[in-house]
Design a protein around this ligand. Structure first.
Ligand SMILES: C[S@@+](CC[C@H](N)C(=O)[O-])C[C@H]1O[C@@H](n2cnc3c(N)ncnc32)[C@H](O)[C@@H]1O
Length: 607
């Protein structure tokens, strides 16, 4: 029996599901739809940062999956489908898109991020209608939409997490869980379509088919419907942030922000080979050009392009050039590059505005400004990395031979005040952005006193004092750093935060219930870490270590492994390696949190 008359309207048509997901297959089979399954070869590698909203990414991926199958079938399967259905499900939390986990460690990171919180599950769906023209060309019309469901996870203990991961269920599922099976036990409640979380929003799909086959029902409420045709030799893929319709034979605009290179419709083999090549080629060029993108970002930040456009949004290129006192030609090139990188937007009339990204991170007075870190990366890290080959060949650390140092020690801290301040601003920027997730990763309210060792500008300490109103925090750092820390104190300074100057290897450490070591241990060898931990273990009963934790098999995250290339004598470690170091000093690891916010955290307690 078919309840929805539209499903029966599809009988006699060649309907294809461009997905190998057994869950989608089951949902559509259960409602009596007859279809063939042709899994798409489209790789899910669209650049997420190019999409303003996560659902646009899911919709574009669904569209590319369906179009790839629609174009391939006439050549590979020697038949042209009538309808191809593509879908892509993503899980988003705090603006971050989670797809299928790469491995168990990745699944762990995803699930611990979802633990105890509400997240969104969004499925983008594309229905491609293939109309064969008299001239043998096929015209493709795409109707797409998305459905969003909110899901709340229960608090998950470490044991539950690993038991679930070890069940194998998370591996082929967006967000690392399947609500229809064991994963259902992790869910406290959902708001919205359950089947959407499983992988296909059946109800919305049927409504959409209704509108398609009964156009008189269509109203203005129809979600995001656009028409794409490939009548000419190139098929246009639009800028994903735009919702405008496309016309036949429109010029390819992929360079202006499209996430996908153009696909030509020359022939079957060309099509396949070209697709594989373009994906790989794109990735390799992206990596090769990484330094150009960084340098464009550093230069625009240093020249205060984003501050100017924050104060005066909607300037033309010439006005920006005047404001920066720079050449028109150079400014225009820089502005255009920034638009292509998603740092600026070019609005109607060719005027420029900051993007969401630059408003948040690249404007001096934003609370999450990373301008200090940008200057440090440009002036210090960039220079260090020019010696990478020597360091790799000789096995010396990058900082050993260079006069440039990232690591601040009592010896290097005699450097000029301006460099010291630049370093402190860099540390401050990251601590402001990543600190809140670290501070709130665990309930620290039982600790009444804390000491942030190497606490630099006191950013983390002020965050702690704010989050835990009964806690007093001491920031301990080198005298030359403490001397300059006043510059960074927030207005209305909390008298529960105080600064102590000293050398944590040589001097006596203050007693505190909780010690914080944020971005300290990676700078030191195991010997030095042991020396420090033995002093700390006498001074506290709890210790919070915050670092980028490497995966157990050291295959990621690349942010940590790239940082390792530039380290002084220290080394990047996994949570397990930190745990072993800590346990040898009488600490027991109680919780580990992968915050996905630059820094992970580990809380351990003294036995
Ligand atoms: C990488 S920074 C981390 C800053 C801060 N914890 C954060 O996460 O933003 C290292 C800090 O340790 C401090 N430091 C290095 N050696 C030290 C020593 N021997 N005694 C006290 N502080 C030291 C540095 O001055 C610097 O502020």
């Amino acid at each position: 029996m078919v309840l929805n008359p539209v499903i029966s309207k599809l009988s006699g048509k060649l309907v294809v599901l461009a997905s190998s997901s057994p869950r989608r297959l089951e949902i559509l089979t259960n409602v009596g739809l007859r279809f063939e399954v042709v899994p798409s070869w489209f790789k899910e590698t669209l650049n997420k940062s190019l999409f303003k909203e996560p659902h646009q990414y899911a919709v574009e991926t669904a569209r590319q999956k369906a179009l790839e199958v629609a174009r391939r079938m006439p050549f590979k399967h020697l038949k042209t489908p009538d309808i191809v259905i593509g879908a892509d499900t993503i899980v988003t939390i705090d603006g971050l898109i989670l797809e299928k986990p790469r491995d168990k460690q990745d699944a762990y990171r995803m699930l611990s991020r979802l633990s105890g919180k509400e997240h969104s599950v969004c499925t983008g769906v594309a229905i491609v209608l293939c109309n064969q023209q008299e001239n043998e060309e096929t015209e493709y019309q795409t109707i797409d939409f998305y459905e969003e469901t909110r899901v709340k996870f229960a608090d998950l203990s470490e044991t539950m997490l690993w038991d679930y991961i070890d069940s194998g269920e998370p591996m082929d599922k967006a967000g690392g869980y399947g609500i229809q099976a064991l994963g259902g036990m992790l869910v406290e409640y959902i708001h919205g379509d359950f089947l959407n979380v499983v992988g296909f929003p059946l109800n919305r799909f049927c409504k959409q088919l209704d509108l398609l086959f009964n156009p008189e029902l269509a109203s203005n409420e129809v979600v995001h419907t656009d028409v794409r045709c490939n009548g000419s030799t190139t098929d246009h893929i639009e800028n994903p942030s735009s919702t405008s319709s496309l016309s036949k034979g429109q010029e390819n605009m992929s360079a202006a922000g499209s996430a996908v290179p153009p696909v030509t419709s020359r022939g079957p083999m060309n099509l396949v080979i070209e697709k594989v090549h373009t994906d790989d080629l794109k990735r390799i060029i992206e990596l090769m050009d990484g330094f150009k993108a960084s340098k464009a970002l550093f230069t625009a930040s240093k020249m205060r392009v984003f501050d100017l456009l924050q104060k005066r949004p909607g300037l033309e290129g010439a006005e920006v050039a005047r404001g920066l006192q720079a050449s028109l030609k150079g400014t225009l090139c820089l502005l255009e590059a920034c638009v292509s990188l998603g740092l600026l937007e070019r609005k109607q009339g060719g005027v420029y505005e900051n993007s969401r990204l630059s408003q948040r991170f690249l404007v001096s007075d934003s609370p999450s400004s990373l301008l200090g870190y940008m200057a440090h990366s440009d002036e210090t890290v960039w220079k260090l990395f020019s010696h990478l080959e020597t360091s790799v060949r000789e096995g010396t650390n990058l900082q050993a031979k260079s006069s440039t140092k990232i690591l601040y020690t009592p010896q290097t801290c005699i450097s000029p005040c301006s460099r010291k301040l630049r370093f402190m601003k860099a540390m401050h920027g990251i601590a402001e952005v990543a600190g809140p997730a670290v501070i709130t990763a665990f309930d620290l309210s039982r600790f009444k006193t804390a000491c942030d060792l190497g606490g630099c500008t006191g950013s983390m300490a002020h965050g702690l004092a704010k989050a835990y109103p009964r806690m007093s925090v001491t920031v301990y750092d080198l005298p030359s750093v403490v001397e300059l820390s006043g510059t960074f104190c927030p207005p209305g300074l909390d008298n529960r935060v105080s600064f102590v100057a000293g050398d944590f290897f040589k001097d006596r450490l203050p007693k505190a219930d909780l010690y914080i070591l944020a971005r300290i241990l990676h700078d030191w060898t195991d010997d030095k870490v042991h020396a420090l931990l033995s002093k700390i273990s006498d001074a506290c009963c709890g210790l919070l270590v915050s670092e980028i934790f490497l995966d157990r098999d050291r295959t990621g995250p690349s942010q940590g492994l790239l940082q390792a290339l530039g380290l002084g004598p220290g080394k990047q470690r996994s949570a397990g390696e930190y745990g072993a170091l800590l346990e040898s000093h009488g600490f027991t690891v109680s919780h580990i949190a992968h915050t996905d916010s630059l820094l992970d955290a580990l809380l351990c307690i003294k036995d």
